[in-house]
Ligand binder design. Structure first.
Ligand code: NAD
Length: 253
């Protein structure tokens, strides 16, 4: 059963909102009656598609194109989204990139070069900082909440690359830092997804089908599963801040 909050009059911005977890989150907010600004990369056909689809269904959504990895574009995008929505109650820092189509083993230092590090730090770690900074005043005014999308790779489970794991571990720490920074007005939490049924750029060939991942709940997480957890941490969970919730079907147990 899906959670049901009355979010009429509430306003959310979801970065990377045209992707898998992003769409699941956008749909969760819309189901509860919120208005949503959907961010994704400028020129993304997926963004135009999802905005058209949801508008046709009668929802109040606005497109918020912008690159969270760009120090100028990210605050501009957040500010435009806040103007379009008339304020902000929830910010979901969900945009992220593995920067590679195939996993880079920890020992392959050559491929973890400066450009690779810079891309991942910029999008996955400084991106959420930029958006949080730009949204802080509006969220303080509304008494809102932030949810960051981290990853179980933050906890030494391995991931698409060591820099990727490091950015997600950084985001877990920043979730605590920002929870203190913005308290008592704004709560800040994170989810750490495990396996995700999405178009994520990096594939782990054979892994999903093999026995090397034992997921107690015996299935890969859907965008709806992740959207529900983000909805709970932002619209519910009123006494929870600074926490990262593993949403992984029990994979890390
Ligand atoms: N897929 C996984 O296995 C997995 C596991 C753990 C955590 N995550 C995290 O979940 C989040 C969402 O990933 P997903 O699985 O839905 O994948 P996805 O690829 O479907 O969605 C990611 C979205 O972010 C957008 N994006 C990328 N760079 C951006 C930028 N600079 N500015 C704005 N938008 C940008 C992409 O265009 C895409 O639509 C990411 O932060 C990812 O790190 C994913």
């Amino acid at each position: 059963m899906l959670a049901n909050y009355d979010l009429s009059g509430k306003r959310a911005l979801v970065t990377g909102g045209a992707g898998g977890i992003g769409r699941g989150t956008v749909r969760a907010y819309l189901r509860c009656g919120a208005s949503v600004a959907i961010n994704d990369l400028p020129g993304s056909p997926k963004l135009a598609e999802v905005v058209a689809e949801l508008t046709d269904e009668g929802h109040h959504v606005v497109a918020a194109p912008g690159d969270v990895g760009d120090p100028d574009d990210a605050p501009r995008m957040v500010s435009d989204a806040i103007d379009a929505l008339g304020g902000l109650d929830y910010l979901v820092n969900n945009a992220g990139t593995p920067g590679t189509k195939a996993p880079i083993p920890p020992a392959d230092f050559e491929r973890q070069d400066e450009d690779f590090w810079n891309l991942l730090l910029n999008v996955n770690l400084i991106g959420p900082y930029r958006c949080t900074k730009a949204a802080a005043a509006a969220l303080r005014e509304s008494g809102g909440a932030i949810v960051n999308t981290a990853s179980i790779s933050a906890f030494g489970m391995g991931g698409s690359s060591s820099p990727y794991c490091a950015t997600k571990a950084g985001l877990v720490v920043l979730t605590k830092e920002w929870a203190r920074a913005l308290a008592p007005d704004v709560r800040v939490n994170a989810i750490a997804p495990g396996a995700v049924d999405s178009d994520w750029m990096c594939r782990f060939p054979g892994l999903e089908e093999s026995n090397s991942w034992t997921i107690p709940l015996d299935r890969i997480g859907t965008p709806t599963d992740y959207g529900e957890a983000i909805l709970f941490l932002s619209a519910g969970a009123g006494y929870v801040t600074g926490q990262t919730l593993n949403v992984d079907g029990g994979l890390t147990t």
